[in-house]
Design a protein. Structure first.
Length: 330
């Protein structure tokens, strides 16, 4: 099998590439954001990020769910943090207030131009997994995730509607977000790195399927199913523990990435099963992260221009790099 050329090493190190990615990649696609049960009740809000963009998701008193850019129209401060129960959102800087539909309620001691409001973005909850997209023409998420949702039900036997978020664990990784994405969308390294934690992964019966902006990977014998949603959302489903692990890989800067692992379980899963699954997955991730950091030091070293991918074993990174290149070089 002949190798495929990978993207250039300096795409992992140049701040101007990350700036372009924020505009053309993170600003354009659906991303996992967090737990929609935080906005289950009327008059509630929660916050999150789409790449660099702070967002706020609200449920108004009529029960309508909305997403907005969480940046004040006055001078650009972040309006609200965390989550809570409120009828209006007050910016902490000079106190401008917004209604839960994003329209301006009051500008402190002045009048703002007509129509000033927090810009709207698209939000969708799949069960209680919350996704957001800042593109004006966001595609229907349930359609985008169709194959993954089917396999989650049929291969893993997990019912997304019955999941609840039990734990969130943060990791700050000293690597560009793309090095982290790529690590988690190939199992070429699995036999060498995860021989004990993931026996059989990456071999016979491990299937990778590429769709337009998604990939699914599954292994029936382990009731395992995986989603990669371009650019940075990854979801692993482990049917044997009725568990789903969701995360968006958020760039901190061009050489650091925040990985928050959200551990969801069927509501009847015991604390013991939960603990075992979390400890095991944290061990797997602990095997991966030093390798992502090693790639970052290599691509930053001046001694590497670009590499080569295995066209089948690394169909995942190859697909990711094709979508990324198309977005950056158009
Ligand atoms: S920046 Fe929000 S009120 Fe001034
Ligand atoms: Fe790995």
């Amino acid at each position: 099998l002949s190798a495929v050329e990978s993207i250039p090493a300096d795409w992992y190190t140049r701040p101007e590439i990350l700036a372009l990615e924020h505009e053309r990649v993170f600003g354009q696609h659906w991303q996992y954001v967090g737990d929609a049960s935080l906005v289950a009740e009327p008059n509630s809000y929660m916050t999150g990020r789409l790449g660099a963009m702070p967002i706020v998701v609200t449920r108004d008193d009529a029960g309508v769910l909305r997403g907005m850019v969480n940046v004040c129209r006055h001078r650009g401060a972040v309006v609200v943090d965390g989550c809570g129960s409120r009828k209006t959102l007050q910016c902490r800087y000079h106190g401008w207030t917004y209604r839960l539909d994003g329209t301006l309620h009051r500008a402190t001691q002045m009048s703002a131009p007509e129509g000033v409001r927090l810009p709207q973005i698209s939000v969708t909850a799949v069960g209680n997994l919350l996704f957001a997209c800042a593109a004006p023409d966001a595609p229907d998420l349930e359609v985008v995730l169709g194959q993954f949702l089917e396999q989650t039900r049929d291969v893993a036997g997990v019912d997304i509607q019955r999941l609840e978020l039990r734990q969130s664990i943060d990791h700050e990784i000293q690597a560009n977000w793309k090095a982290v994405v790529e690590n988690f969308v190939e199992c070429y390294h699995c036999p060498l790195i995860h021989s004990v934690t993931l026996p059989g992964y990456g071999g016979e019966g491990y299937d990778v399927e590429i769709q337009e902006t998604t990939q699914t990977q599954h292994m029936e014998s382990d009731r395992f199913n995986f989603l990669f949603l371009f650019p940075n959302t990854q979801v692993s489903v482990y049917g044997n523990s009725s568990a789903l692990i969701a995360r968006a890989l958020v760039p901190v800067d061009e050489k650091r990435t925040l990985l928050t692992l959200d551990y969801w379980f069927h509501s009847d899963v015991s604390a013991e099963v939960e603990k075992e699954l979390v400890e095991w997955f944290e061990t797997v991730v602990g095997e991966d992260l030093p390798l992502c950091e090693s790639v970052q030091s290599g691509v930053s070293s001046g001694g590497f221009e670009r590499g080569y991918l295995h066209p089948e074993q690394e169909a995942g990174p190859w697909h990711f790099q094709r979508l990324l290149s198309a977005a950056l070089t158009d």
